[in-house]
Design a protein around this ligand. Structure first.
Ligand SMILES: [Zn+2]
Length: 188
């Protein structure tokens, strides 16, 4: 591409952000300060979507130092980031290693108990207990079912063996050999 062509080049704001390492806030301030000419055009992805912004490359190149010196985040973005960091900290504060399956358990997004805890409507204890209950219900239901099924199967086999004349101890020993021991079978 020749120099002349390049000077008349317009690029989408998303492209400009990537190519020049700029943020929305810096570009917004640059347009407001009259450093970069901008135009609204039809959205390239959805004709019914919001208009897209295109920017004059020449202006960006010429004023890049000044544009890059603008704050990368707006006050609102900074505030939102602070809230996010604070929520993440609170989320991690409630997390624990499940004593049963060893999984790291954290409140899920949209967890009502977490929201209550975050605005101090629920204590840390209440929130953690609710979290543990929810984890058990979600993660261990399958385990419970598997244990239940195996236990039943083992017992049926045990009864059968007793009817065949095996004594208590030997019957269970055969059950273990045939069907495996509960923990080993279910954990695998
Ligand atoms: Zn668990």
């Amino acid at each position: 591409m020749g120099r002349k062509e390049r000077e008349n080049e317009w690029i989408y704001k998303t492209t400009a952000k990537k190519r020049f390492g700029l943020t929305d806030n810096q570009i917004r301030l640059a347009i407001e300060a009259g450093l970069v000419e901008a135009k609204q055009v039809r959205n390239p992805n959805y004709s019914s979507g919001p208009p897209a912004t295109i920017l004059k490359v020449e202006d960006i190149v010429k004023n890049l130092d000044r544009i890059a010196a603008f704050p990368r985040l707006s006050d609102r973005e900074r505030a939102a980031r602070r809230v996010y960091a604070d929520r993440t900290r609170a989320r991690k504060g409630l997390a624990f290693w499940c004593p049963r399956c060893g999984e790291y358990v954290r409140p899920l997004r949209g967890s009502r108990m977490f929201e209550a805890y975050y605005v101090k409507a629920a204590s840390e204890d209440e929130a953690r207990r609710a979290l543990l209950t929810a984890h058990y219900r979600h993660a261990h239901t399958e385990y419970e079912r598997a244990v239940g099924e195996l236990r039943e199967k083992r017992y049926r086999r045990y009864e059968q063996l007793r009817e065949e004349g095996y004594d208590f101890e030997l019957a269970w020993q055969i059950v273990d050999e045939e069907l495996g021991n509960l923990e080993q079978e279910v954990a695998s």
